[in-house]
Design a protein around this ligand. Structure first.
Ligand code: FAD
Length: 310
């Protein structure tokens, strides 16, 4: 019997079958998810997690899909998208966000309330869960700076509160939460002048629009910052601005971005990532490490991060 027939009738209203992942990722490309779930509460997330474990299915969590590249051949099993599991609450200086809340909304809300600590994360187009997962950051501020704790479903299916000091975090990296589903994040913010916070948020949004190719689909900076340098500077110095493979292009506005310029396939983007890595290595000796995560089947490569299944 097909495992899909064993799914509880009550959960079927939040499921999509053969859902194109281009609709759930900011690269706007990639194949279909066998099942895409859009849970609205913790019980539904727990049910899907247990169901996939029981049936030996691949289980992936997606927030806003702004840091992943999904292969053209699509994804088996269940993709659980948390964008409908959203909401903010404020208790004193403590801001709590459900995982599917837009990080930018958390930044906007806290600035309006005169609470500082996450205002520089304005404009990052990910979810709060995705931001905790990889310690997203910008303009000298990181998600973990003011983070107090976060709630997760552990790989064993237990719900647990983890304090920031229980995990290791660094630049775009958190260790100690592998296989966990982040349910919510809580920040301890600092009272500041609301007008100044709103102003700094606006200037960040303006700077992003001026410097980044926001008019095209992308997943932001493709590579992590190499020590004492910038990936975009290195790519530029190798003359790779505007380089393209199929419909994928190294942005002419910001060489650290690869954009879906004209109906790029995931393979176009992947092959362009590889080409940039090879060229930069042969011309400068620097190995660029991708920040973006590959989901599904891609040719084997030594250093692109692969999906971690929850
Ligand atoms: C135009 C643009 C600009 C960007 N600028 C920045 C920037 O300035 N700084 C920066 O750090 N990033 C930036 N990014 C990248 C991206 O927005 C961040 O990495 C963001 O934190 C990803 O969140 P997400 O919800 O989209 O994660 P997704 O892409 O959906 O997922 C990424 C990874 O996180 C995991 N994940 C997501 N949610 C959860 C959860 N609730 N529990 C467990 N695992 C989870 C997924 O399984 C996956 O492995 C940019 C992207 C774009 C498109």
């Amino acid at each position: 019997m097909d495992w899909k027939e064993n799914l509880d009738e009550k959960i079927k209203s939040i499921l999509l079958f053969d859902a194109p992942m281009r609709d759930y990722t900011t690269y706007k490309t990639g194949g279909a998810a066998q099942v895409l779930a859009l849970p609205e509460n913790e019980d539904q997330i727990l049910y899907l997690k247990h169901f996939s474990k029981k049936h030996g299915l691949a289980f992936r969590i997606v927030g806003f899909g702004s840091n992943i590249l999904v292969s053209d051949s699509g994804l088996d099993g269940i993709v659980c998208c948390l964008k409908n599991y959203a909401g903010l609450s404020l208790n004193g200086n403590k801001l709590t966000a459900k995982a599917g809340t837009a990080l930018d909304e958390a930044a906007r809300f806290s600035a309006e309330k005169g609470l500082g600590g996450i205002e520089c994360l304005s404009g990052i187009p990910g979810s709060c869960g995705g931001a905790v997962f990889m310690n997203a950051g910008a303009f000298g501020q990181e998600t973990f700076d003011c983070l107090k704790s976060f709630r997760v479903i552990t790989p064993d299916g237990e719900i647990k509160e983890i304090s920031k000091n229980e995990v290791k975090y660094a630049y775009r990296k958190v260790t100690g939460i592998e296989g966990c589903i982040i349910l919510s994040a809580a920040w301890e913010l600092t009272a500041k002048n609301a007008e100044e916070l709103k102003q700094s948020r606006l200037s960040i949004l303006e700077r992003r629009a001026r410097k980044q190719p926001l008019e095209y689909p992308s997943a932001g900076s493709v590579f992590k910052r190499p020590p004492n340098d910038y990936a975009s500077r290195l790519i530029d110095s190798c003359g790779l601005r505007g380089l393209s493979v199929g419909g994928a292009q190294v942005s002419t506005k910001h060489a650290g971005f690869i954009i879906n310029y004209d109906k790029a396939s995931a393979s176009d983007i992947y092959n362009l990532i590889r080409k940039v890595q090879k060229e930069v290595y042969s011309k400068t000796g620097v190995r660029l490490e991708p920040e973006q995560i590959l989901w599904g089947e891609f040719p084997k490569g030594e250093d692109c991060p692969r999906a971690t299944l929850s």
